[in-house]
Design a protein. Sequence first.
Length: 314
Amino acid sequence: MTGEYQSAKPVAAVVGLGSMGMGMAISLLRRGWDIAGCDVSADAVARLAEAGGRPVRTPAEASKGADVVLCVVVNAAQTEAVLFGDGGAFETMAPRSVFVSCATMAPIDAKRLAARLGEKDVFYLDAPISGGAAKAADGNLTVMASGAPPAFERAGALLEAIAGKVYRLGDAVGVGASVKMINQHLAGIHIAAACEAVTLACKLGLDLPTVYEVITASAGNSWMFENRVPHILQGDYTPLSSVEIFVKDLGILQDMARVERYPTPIAAAALQMYLATSGAGMGRDDDASVARTYAALSGAVLPSVTAPNSTKAG
C-alpha cells in the first residue's frame, strides 16, 4: 500500500463528485473499495459521506495513501488544477501510483500532464469515459484508455469496478483522448441533427410522439435521437449533459482538425448551434435545448419548457 493511510481494502481517491464522479465513487464503494473524495461542492462531499466514503477537503488529502487517483472533472484546465494547484494531488501521490484522467481534452494536453507526472514516477492513464450518469452508478461505463502497461496493471481492478467495457487503445497517452474526441464529434452532430429534425416535424404540424415512435423503429434512428428527443417531448431541459459540454468539445475538435488541416464542416455547423443556444442563455441546460434555438428561429412551438435555468422558447 502506498503512502501513509492504511486500509485493509483497496484504496482510491475520487476527485470530482458530479453526476459521473459520484456514480463512479458509489460503484467503487459498493464493490468494497475504500474511497476518499473531494469536490468544490460541499453538498456533493456530504453525499459521498452518506454513501460510506471518506470526505476530504483537497485533492492532496484525497490522494494520500491512494494507489489510484480517479479524476472526474470537465477539461484539461480543471485536471491541471486538481494535480498542480493549491492542495493538488501531485503533492501527496506516491511514486508508481496511477492518476486516471477521465476529462475530455485535446491529446496534446493529456501528453503534457503525463510528462509532468512522470517527473515523480507517477503513471498517467488517459481514460475518458462515455455512458452517462446512470451507467456510472451501475459500474457500466465505457472507458477509452491508453497508457503504459504498468498503469493498466495497477488501475485494472478500479477500471473493472467502474466500467462495462474498457478499451485498451495502446501504450501512448493521447490515444484515449483522440478516440473520445471522435465519439464527441459524432455525438455532438447527432444531438444537433435530432433537434433540427424534431423541431422541423413540429413546424410541419406532425404529432411528435408518433414521429418519435416511427423514427426509433426506422433507419434514421440514432442513440442520441432515442435518448434526447424524450427531453423535448417532455419539455424538460434539466441538464443531464449540458449545452456547454458540446461548446467545449466541438471547440476542441475544431482546434485539432485545424492543426491537421482537416475539414469538419458538419461538426462546425453543429458547433454554431450550440454556441447560439448558449448565447441565448441556455448553456447550462440540457443539450437538447438546441431544439429551442431552432424553435425560436422558426416559430415552431415545442412542448412547454420546464427547465429551471432558462426562459421559455418557441
